[in-house]
Design a protein around this ligand. Structure first.
Ligand code: SF4
Ligand code: SF4
Length: 433
């Protein structure tokens, strides 16, 4: 139920709402699917608009009680009626969807209500820009009215405009699903030196944050890929991305020499002080891994106050869930460390090219000193068929940068071209702060 701003007293003495000139009025109240109860269904026309009944020389909503000027289903009246006199409509050029107030409502003309109306507009915009509400309205496009000159426009509704006007579905794009993995794999295989973002796995696990739309282009297994972002649909190939961190696998596995003495010491400390098991990930470990992620994210938030980082952590939650739940179809390799039978670290990765393995996720219970260095080294030790390990980018975050630089890259000048917009703070090295 929306908060109401028009005073009851005014409505009860007004004859604008609930009555229509035409029997088939296009603006008769519209019920959204979840608002239709069996009792109401009976009184709806074809397009889920209320059937109108004759009233004086006009027509009134079936649920209107002419004797007392009241709505007989007031507490269950549709969103359409709750919203009025505010209305969602196309702008004159049908390029945008806007929120406005109908000048026919006498409330819109009360000068002293100016500020309250403005505040209420802000309340409605916040609500209508919410993804679930925008999606609900977009699924019922008849809710959006045509341009009316007697509606005072207040604000552009970005989320709805994106869904209704710029919707890539209209141009043949569809959203990514697990079934599309082979098509994407074939497409990315053509790239000689792909970066960590140019693969199905990364696109898929971040799809809740940045929905991925794609369609085939030409005959040459080419794909057009769009990412849905807060700023609209963006061509995947045109994204500005951060460089990947790439290391020699052998160096990470051996941790030889002075430059790795601290990492070696951490691994040794862990091996000597804890009774652990290093095991392949199995699907029955899913719940415990996700629990570990929640605890880890909570601790990270406490340690790093950066709000951008907090937002990334929240986005990471669904990406970890998608990766862990679908680790088989995504072709991931997973390992866990158990201490006293409890999962205390997990890591997942996948093959980017025949000689490069990407460490996609790593989460550790950091109360066990040296655990992140240990799981990273063990994982690197195992991946003997790969020459290089890609630990993705640093999302532009200083703490991640420092942490990733604490391992020594293959050749940083080569890595700079490497990219990734859809970044995760839950990358392996994030644990090593
Ligand atoms: S037009 Fe405005 S004041 Fe009149 S009944 Fe409708 S909402 Fe109330
Ligand atoms: S459902 Fe109620 S508020 Fe809406 S038009 Fe009918 S009588 Fe008026």
């Amino acid at each position: 139920m929306l908060k109401q701003i028009v005073p009851n007293k005014l409505c009860l003495s007004c004859d604008v709402c609930c009555r229509f000139l035409d029997k088939n009025a296009l603006l008769a109240p519209l019920f959204l699917p979840h608002e239709i109860t069996p009792k109401i269904k009976h009184h709806l026309g074809k397009s889920c608009r209320v059937k109108l009944k004759p009233w004086q020389d006009m027509h009134a909503c079936y649920f209107f009680n002419a004797k007392n000027n009241k709505c007989t289903i007031y507490s269950k009246r549709p969103f359409d009626c709750q919203l009025y006199p505010f209305t969602i409509m196309f702008d004159e050029k049908r390029e945008k969807i806007v929120l406005g107030i109908d000048k026919k409502c006498p409330f819109s003309a009360i000068p002293e209500m100016g500020n309250s109306i403005k505040n209420y507009f802000h309340y409605l915009v916040d609500l209508l820009e919410k993804k679930e509400i925008a999606t609900l309205v977009a699924r019922n496009p008849s809710f959006i009215g045509d341009f009316q000159s007697d509606v005072i426009q207040f604000s552009y509704l970005g989320a709805l405009t994106k869904l209704i006007i710029n919707n890539p579905e209209k141009s043949g794009f569809r959203q990514i699903s697990l079934k599309d993995k082979d098509i994407f794999d074939r497409f990315f295989k053509k790239i000689k030196e792909p970066d960590s973002s140019q693969n199905f796995v990364n696109l898929y696990i971040w799809k809740d944050k940045n929905p991925v739309w794609w369609k085939k282009k030409g005959r040459d297994k080419d794909l057009e890929i769009l990412l849905e972002t807060d700023y609209g649909y963006v061509d995947f190939n045109s994204l500005k991305k951060f460089p990947d961190y790439i290391y020699l696998r052998e160096s990470l596995a051996e941790l030889k020499g002075n430059k790795y003495k601290h990492k070696r010491a951490s691994c040794n400390y862990f091996s000597k002080n804890y009774k652990f098991q290093y095991l392949p990930y199995k699907q029955l470990m899913k719940k415990d891994c996700l629990k570990l992620f929640s605890r880890w994210a909570f601790e990270r938030k406490k340690k790093f106050p950066d709000l951008y980082f907090h937002k990334l952590l929240e986005d990471s939650n669904s990406s970890h869930k998608l990766a862990i739940e679908n680790f088989k179809p995504l072709g991931l390799t997973g390992r866990v460390v158990k201490i006293k039978g409890k999962i205390s670290a997990y890591t997942f990765g996948f093959e980017i090219t025949k000689d490069m393995f990407c460490v996609l996720l790593e989460i550790c219970n950091l109360k066990f000193k040296g655990i992140s260095e240990f799981i990273f080294r063990e994982f690197s030790k195992e991946m003997t068929q790969y020459k290089r390990i890609n630990c993705m980018d640093d999302s532009g975050l200083e703490n991640l940068r420092i942490s990733k630089l604490s391992y020594h890259q293959v050749d940083t000048s080569d890595n700079v071209k490497s990219v990734n917009l859809v970044t995760s703070p839950s990358r392996c090295d994030q644990n090593r702060n």
